[in-house]
Design a binder for this molecule. Structure first.
Ligand SMILES: Nc1ncnc2c1ncn2[C@@H]1O[C@H](COP(=O)(O)OP(=O)(O)OP(=O)(O)O)[C@@H](O)[C@H]1O
Length: 329
């Protein structure tokens, strides 16, 4: 497969601050590459490096050229901070950006893509934050780019709008557009990305498909039991061979697959322990992030949690009606 982006030993410092520290990265044609990492990790700086908007050390090739030399018609860029003229309407702004390219998409089609047809005649400054972000996404799509850089595209956009933008990005990717995406939404990155890179302190510390990263660093599926007798529950489960840890009003049982849930419940029942809730979770990209960045995770249910039962009972027969898949898919 053709490599659209090739970066080798990319470095960037701002005074004493090392923003990028020897980043090697390739992005293949048609791939969606998700960049994640804590605030200040270097994601925006890397996007700026790849788009030729900040000088860096090392080697970068985009479509075989230096970033600044690439035909602008082939690149779409949504920066993290973007302030277009406020006294233009959404339609005028899309039209304006369309005029910067030799060939551009139909303005009405772009407005429809980003869900702004009905608000097309509103001034930018009167749109909500999420609507403004949609206009900005539209300006990045207007030239029908072959390579699209999106720096936190869905920040401020409501859940329904976010999902429709995800679908739009999925259809662009299906059509062959290469996408480099940064986001703090692990659900977004997990859903959209073919591969994910985790930046930390300017270094790419892990790169892989979401499923590989989850298998390598996400830990195991777990059962979280809400109970006021956590220590007794953990002891009973531990005696039965489960890996259970009591914390506050709950017990976290690691390595529990859906077929093990019944056995865990039987153990609680046999020990006369009641509980308020059972929540089963699969590891997700968020667990990978928390694990690799060293941020704490103490058995809290992740967004992919699947509530098995909320009944307080001593002999329930819980069922897992939908296996969690790690996010808001
Ligand atoms: N123009 C600048 N001048 C000085 N320091 C900068 C500049 N831009 C970025 N930095 C510093 O470089 C480091 C990386 O910043 P960058 O914006 O790339 O991080 P990020 O991963 O995009 O963060 P966030 O998730 O908060 O957007 C940070 O320490 C930041 O303070």
């Amino acid at each position: 497969m053709n490599e659209v982006v090739v970066a080798e030993s990319v470095g960037k410092t701002y005074g004493d601050t090392v923003a990028l520290d020897g980043v090697d990265l390739t992005v293949a044609e048609g791939e969606v590459f998700g960049l994640i990492g804590p605030n200040g990790a270097g994601k925006t700086t890397l996007i700026r490096a790849l788009t030729g908007t900040t000088p860096v050390t090392g080697e970068i090739r985009v479509f075989g050229s230096e970033p600044a030399a690439v035909d602008a018609d082939r690149i779409g860029l949504l920066p993290q901070s973007f302030s277009p003229p406020a006294r233009l309407t959404a339609r005028e702004l899309i039209d304006y950006y369309a005029g910067l390219y030799e060939t551009a998409r139909d303005t009405e089609a772009v407005l429809a893509d980003v869900g702004l047809s009905e608000d097309a005649d509103s001034w930018y400054e009167t749109l909500s934050g999420g609507q403004q972000r949609r206009v900005c996404v539209g300006t990045a799509l207007v030239n029908d780019p072959d390579l699209l850089f999106l720096d936190e595209p869905t920040t401020g956009i409501d859940p329904a709008g976010r999902r429709s933008l995800w679908e739009l990005l999925e259809s662009l990717a299906a059509g062959g557009t290469t996408v480099v995406l940064t986001s703090h939404s692990m659900a977004e990155v997990q859903r959209l990305s073919d591969r994910v890179g985790l930046l930390q302190d300017g270094q790419l510390v892990a790169v892989g498909t979401p499923s590989t990263l989850i298998a390598d660093h996400g830990g195991t599926s777990r059962l979280v039991i809400g109970t006021e007798t956590g220590h007794a529950a953990a002891e009973a489960l531990g005696t039965a061979g489960f890996s259970a840890t009591a914390s506050q009003a709950e017990v976290v049982v690691d390595g529990v697959s859906p077929v093990d849930i019944g056995e865990a419940v039987d153990v609680l029942s046999a020990a006369g322990i009641s509980y308020d809730s059972l929540t089963w979770t699969e590891p997700s990209l968020e667990d990978v992030y928390l694990q690799l960045t060293g941020e704490s995770f103490e058995g809290a249910a992740t967004p992919g949690a699947s509530v098995v039962s909320e009944e307080s009972t001593e002999s329930p027969t819980p069922s897992v009606d939908s296996a969690a898949t790690g996010g808001e898919k």
